[in-house]
Design a protein around this ligand. Structure first.
Ligand code: CA
Length: 225
């Protein structure tokens, strides 16, 4: 799970990042509202933790712009103790949940998990496309009687392709969603993993293919309607 932390108190931001990473999330940090909004708009996060009082753009404005641009990413607002009117403003601007500072680490983690669960298509179960089945807990891709286990990155990539069957995914978005901002992975990594997946699809004998759209990206073909 990838979480964005938008918090200008450097120490609190670092603590949140550590806490999330110790609990199996990947966490990126922004220290002002402008950078926070930019990153949140990338669409690569499962949950955003958003402080209210922020430099450049305040948390409420960030949230409102995020919602205006059509993003439904779950947002957990972090606000100073007992600012009741803040809570009302935040709910009006489309926050999913509030936590007042200081909060218990356990409480924060429980909120993050609960919010991430609201995106059911991202957790557990089976995805299908044409004759292909992707078992999300076991990382197994199968077609009829044949099946292969995918590596973590292959799985992430196949999942994105299957969740966006009618869209072309750009190399850049695959790179961001799978490797994140902080990595030094290059476009080339995407090509490498696409070629691994193509080999596995052909081994499975699936009618589904990964089609290259020149200069744009990739999409699945052969999944039917
Ligand atoms: Ca603040």
């Amino acid at each position: 799970m990838r979480v964005l932390v938008v918090e200008d108190e450097i120490r609190l931001a670092a603590t949140l990042q550590d806490l999330l990473e110790m609990n199996g999330c990947t966490a990126d940090v922004c220290h002002d509202g402008e950078a926070g909004l930019d990153n949140a708009l990338s669409g690569i996060y499962d949950v955003v933790l958003l402080d209210v009082m922020l430099p450049r753009i305040d948390g409420f404005t960030v949230l409102r712009r995020l919602r205006e641009s059509g993003s439904a990413v779950p947002v957990l607002m972090l606000t100073a103790r007992s600012e009741v009117s803040d809570r009302v403003t935040g709910l009006d601007s489309g926050a999913d949940y509030y936590l007042t500072k200081p909060f218990e680490p356990k409480e924060l983690l429980a909120c993050v998990r609960a919010l991430a669960r609201r995106q059911p298509e991202l957790r557990g179960g089976v995805l299908t496309c044409g004759d292909l089945k992707l078992e999300k807990d076991a990382f197994i891709l199968s077609c009829g009687e044949r099946s292969v286990r995918l590596s973590r990155k292959e799985f992430d990539m196949m999942e994105l392709l299957m969740l966006n069957q009618k869209q072309v995914l750009t190399k850049e978005s695959l790179l961001l969603k799978i490797w994140g901002y902080e990595s030094d992975a290059e476009d080339n990594n995407v090509e490498v993993y696409i070629s691994f997946l193509r080999k596995k699809l052909s081994h499975l004998g699936s009618e589904v293919k990964i089609k290259t759209i020149r200069m744009v990206g990739y999409c699945l073909e052969g999944g039917g309607e």
